[in-house]
Design a protein around this ligand. Structure first.
Ligand SMILES: Nc1ncnc2c1ncn2[C@@H]1O[C@H](COP(=O)(O)OP(=O)(O)OP(=O)(O)O)[C@@H](O)[C@H]1O
Length: 546
């Protein structure tokens, strides 16, 4: 019962109180039931049963009050847990290095923060009800024991048998639910292809049919099949449990009266069992929810373990993001190897040497897949190299200063993300921002209001220009642009190479631009050629020197 363990672990010092206020209403309800059975057996008397009525009202009020407190406590507990977990996952994710992030993947993180936390949230109040009904049953069984030891024995045997058979079905059903959850992840991946590739799917009916019929529908059916099987397991458990419950009723009504001397006992026990049927039904309905929450807790724990194993120690360096001092960068023999899905080595970059000084403009050129973007990720310390080192102004880049080192860079990746706000820029220079919007010819499209851009729904070239605005506002000493000009019109492409890059250089910034625009190569101080993950050639002002 991972879920229930988690809740009580989360309750901390309030565990005993939570347990007490969850247990109490069930016991009190059993007492109320005992009271009702006693009074109803004396109903032919003329008495008003004022005392019993008082106890009845007091009992019901206690049940209502304590249940309400227990539910409130559980809501507060689970909301606190969700809040902490959401924050902790986001915190761990932002500390991941890029390799670990790519390995874990956003789908798993989204599923944990969405589906798993929602399941936990929805199931938590049901646990209070579960404890309530279990305690009511236990206390009712004890009351039956008080009335008749024989009936108590029969009740225990029936309950134990029902629990045993329910447990067997429950375990199988929980495993099937786990498999359904895994299949649902595969289904979501297929659905993601439909959503992210909507235009491409729309344009290609065969692709649309294939994706829909062979993946989305097939995987959805698989989820359905496993859920149905899992549901059948839970239902089988319920039916088998019910058989023992009816057997108990039959024994109490038809067999027990022959063995007990007091005539009112069988009818009292029957009444208790009739009242208990509601509790048994509720327990049986709640247990599948708990099983699903167990699966959610397990998958959440697995993610947290993977995040913890991958999360580097909290950085000691400057995390404020403005390490403005930069003279030189010297990378030596950097290597990095991607792994394939089976964990084997795939594409390798390096060993690569790379130097950069303030005010220098370097173009990295080479064919598709030659390793240019990977080299950038190594130079910016997004990927930790398998071997080799980087020195920043003569100081080795290590875990202690890597945050400060990263804050030297502003990067516009080929597949960049455009943020809606200027996150991390506390005091926005509105005049400079407006100038940049004019320079990028975006001033009639985008404005900056209430701390955010009025829109990011722009053409791909305009989105890149807005990313350039943000990049320039970041005011970093090293600017990296991965094929920024690729989807600019000729006029803006010219502006980029002939005006923007020289302007950045004049400001003393180092620029690394990945490009295929050979007609502008002469604007670089150095050209670095890459092929098959290696730096194959370096040219300086047209003179090849390495
Ligand atoms: N996340 C990844 N996981 C595994 N392999 C990758 C990953 N990213 C890139 N690769 C591999 O590394 C190789 C180099 O990719 P990279 O993006 O560095 O090339 P590039 O020179 O920037 O290409 P392009 O000009 O097409 O952008 C690719 O051929 C690809 O096989």
């Amino acid at each position: 019962m991972k879920f229930i363990k988690l809740l009580f672990a989360e309750a901390g010092d309030g565990r005993t109180r939570l347990l007490l206020i969850s247990i109490l209403p069930g016991i009190v309800m059993a007492v109320v039931i005992a009271l009702v059975t006693t009074v109803s057996n004396n109903s032919n008397s003329e008495e008003l049963h004022v005392v019993e009525m008082g106890f009845f009202v007091l009992g019901c009020a206690t049940v209502l009050f304590t249940m309400n407190r227990a539910l409130n406590a559980m809501t507060a507990l689970v909301s606190g847990f969700l809040d902490r977990t959401r924050q902790s996952i986001a915190q761990q994710v932002r500390r991941l290095d890029l390799t670990a992030y790519e390995r874990i993947g956003p789908t798993r993180i989204n599923e944990a923060v969405g589906r798993d936390l929602q399941t936990i949230d929805e199931t938590a109040p049901a646990v209070v009800a579960l404890i309530y009904f279990v305690m009511q049953l236990v206390a009712s069984a004890l009351y039956i024991g008080y009335l008749s030891v024989l009936a108590f024995g029969v009740t225990l045997v029936c309950f134990a048998a029902a629990a045993y058979f329910y447990r067997r079905s429950y375990t199988d059903a929980e495993d099937l639910w786990k498999a359904a959850t895994a299949s649902e992840s595969a289904f979501r991946l297929s659905l993601d292809h439909l959503l992210a590739g909507f235009r491409e799917v729309k344009l290609n009916a065969r692709r649309s049919d294939d994706l829909f019929a062979n993946y989305i529908v097939a995987r959805s059916h698989e989820v359905e099949r496993l859920r149905v099987e899992s549901g059948r397991g839970f239902n089988r458990g319920q039916t088998v449990s019910d058989i023992f419950f009816y057997a108990l009723m039959g024994a109490i009504v038809f067999a027990i009266p022959h063995y007990v001397s007091e005539a009112s006992v069988p009818s009292k026990i029957t009444l208790v069992i009739v009242f208990s049927s509601g509790a048994i039904g509720s327990i049986i309905r709640t247990l599948p929810m708990v099983a699903r929450a167990n699966v959610a807790v397990e998958s959440l724990h697995r993610l947290e373990q993977d995040l913890a194993a991958a999360t580097p120690a909290a950085p000691n360096g400057n995390t404020q993001g403005d390490a403005a001092i930069f003279d030189s960068l010297n990378a030596r023999a950097l290597t990095y190897t991607y792994t394939d899905p089976a964990g084997g080595p795939a594409f390798s970059v390096g060993p690569c040497d790379f130097q950069l000084t303030a005010g220098e403009t370097v173009f990295i050129v080479g064919g598709n897949g030659s390793g240019k973007s990977t080299l950038i990720k190594l130079l910016t310390a997004l990927y930790e190299p398998d071997s080799g080192s980087i020195r920043w102004d003569g100081t080795p880049v290590t875990g202690a200063n890597v945050e400060a080192y990263r804050s030297l860079f502003t990067v516009i990746f080929a597949d960049f993300h455009l943020f809606d706000r200027l996150y991390g820029i506390d005091e926005v220079d509105h005049a400079a921002l407006q100038r940049l919007l004019v320079d990028m010819r975006l001033d009639d499209k985008v404005s900056f209001q209430d701390g955010r851009f009025s829109t990011t729904d722009l053409s791909s070239g305009q989105r890149k220009r807005l990313a350039m605005v943000v990049s320039r506002l970041e005011n970093r000493p090293i600017c990296i642009f991965d094929e920024w000009a690729a989807d600019q019109d000729p006029e803006f492409r010219k502006y980029y190479y002939e005006v923007l890059l020289p302007e950045l250089k004049a400001e003393g910034r180092a620029v690394i631009a990945i490009t295929h625009d050979d007609r502008y190569f002469h604007f670089a101080d150095r050209l670095v050629w890459m092929d098959e993950g290696q730096i194959t050639r370096v040219e300086k002002t047209g003179v090849e020197f390495a």
